[in-house]
Design a protein around this ligand. Sequence first.
Ligand SMILES: O=P(O)(O)OC[C@H]1O[C@H](O[C@H]2O[C@H](CO)[C@@H](O)[C@H](O)[C@H]2O)[C@H](O)[C@@H](O)[C@@H]1O
Length: 428
Amino acid sequence: MTKQSVVVPEAAVATLPPPNSAPLLPPYPPPRALPLPGVAASGMRGKRYLQAQMDHIAPARGMMINGLVESMRASSPTHAKAAAALAAAGVDEERQAWMAKHPSALDRFDQVVAAASKGKQIVVFLDYDGTLSPIVDDPDAAYMSDTMRRAVRSVAKHFPTAIVSGRCRDKVFEFVKLAELYYAGSHGMDIKGPAKASRHTKAKAKRVLFQPASEFLPMIEQVHESLIEKTKCVPGAKVENNKFCVSVHFRCVDEKSWGALADIVKSVLKDYPKLKLTQGRMVFEVRPTIKWDKGKALEFLLESLGFADCADVLPVYIGDDRTDEDAFKVLRKRGQGVGILVSKYPKDTHASYSLQEPAEASRSLLLAVCYCYLPSTSSHSLSPGTTRRRPLLPPLAAATLTSSLSFVMEFLLRLVEWERLTKARPKW
Ligand SMILES: O=P(O)(O)OC[C@H]1O[C@H](O[C@H]2O[C@H](CO)[C@@H](O)[C@H](O)[C@H]2O)[C@H](O)[C@@H](O)[C@@H]1O
């Protein structure tokens, strides 16, 4: 593993537009079914431009682009499409077979924490988008709920905790806002530890700032500019600068234009052999070719925490995306730790367990658990053997929880409860 801790000055603060001036950027996401730029005004300009882009790149098209578009389709099936596909494929059996291979981390909670019950230190790794925040059209609006923040804060009080995201580290910090965590942004290419040492870290733990791709910064900046310029003709495309990588979002792009967008991205990348293209959920990720990913980031963080080559650690990694597979693979290879995939649908994964969207029938159970009772910090005995308990989440917040994220939260709260009970148990 290359060690190359580099301190890069914080990015300059963006200048705010003067009051009452027009917004610098058009609203995002744009309205659906937006006509191509120029079409309404001049009849064909936008369409011709898009066609020209496609023609220009025509020789580079073919199987590779077709494959890319197929992979774009697979990157985030819509509910309806996925449901239809599953229905056509004899879902129940397939789902059952998949669940047998990747059982629910909640149903098998005891199994998940079994190694920790034998004294191993749990270290928690959490992906951000789709794991802690819901997937939404506008990447700038992927907020984390306060209840989820409280759950993550609770987890971090008990275990060393890291957020591992494809986003720029500063941006993910703005969403999460918890200073006590470790953050690995840009798919692990920008890692920073908390300013204050935590009580969990081992004596041999190191202060962390690690940016193994810093030499790529100017190149990423150039590609970002170029992608912004060249994708302007594709309505709904959004380019996001993630510091050491660039995301090109196609969630709001009409499927008919996906091929054109893929062409554009590939044509830009032709001039940058040191950059590679990977894919996440309805997003292209442009990143340096260095051998660094979320899996390497996980190993680096374990080492920084003082758990290199340690048998007494249990890393728990929760993520929903293709890029999280690198971390799941590392856990499998080490034969140590637990990978948990957040997914509504069966999909190929190296994770051992899964967390899924609750069926309607299980919602009441879920609410009951989210309104779970944990020993109060100021608990006092009511009578011998009983403790006053307080709800960890207010009932209203618990009632607003939906989707697979509530299962993530439930899992996190169970971890906290398990740790508290384990610690409270008398040691003979
Ligand atoms: O590793 P992650 O924290 O999961 O980051 C991966 C990408 O997440 C974001 O995009 C995804 O979430 C968006 C907001 O919900 C959604 O609009 C998009 O379709 C998803 O791909 C983020 O914007 C990307 O930069 C990250 O690379």
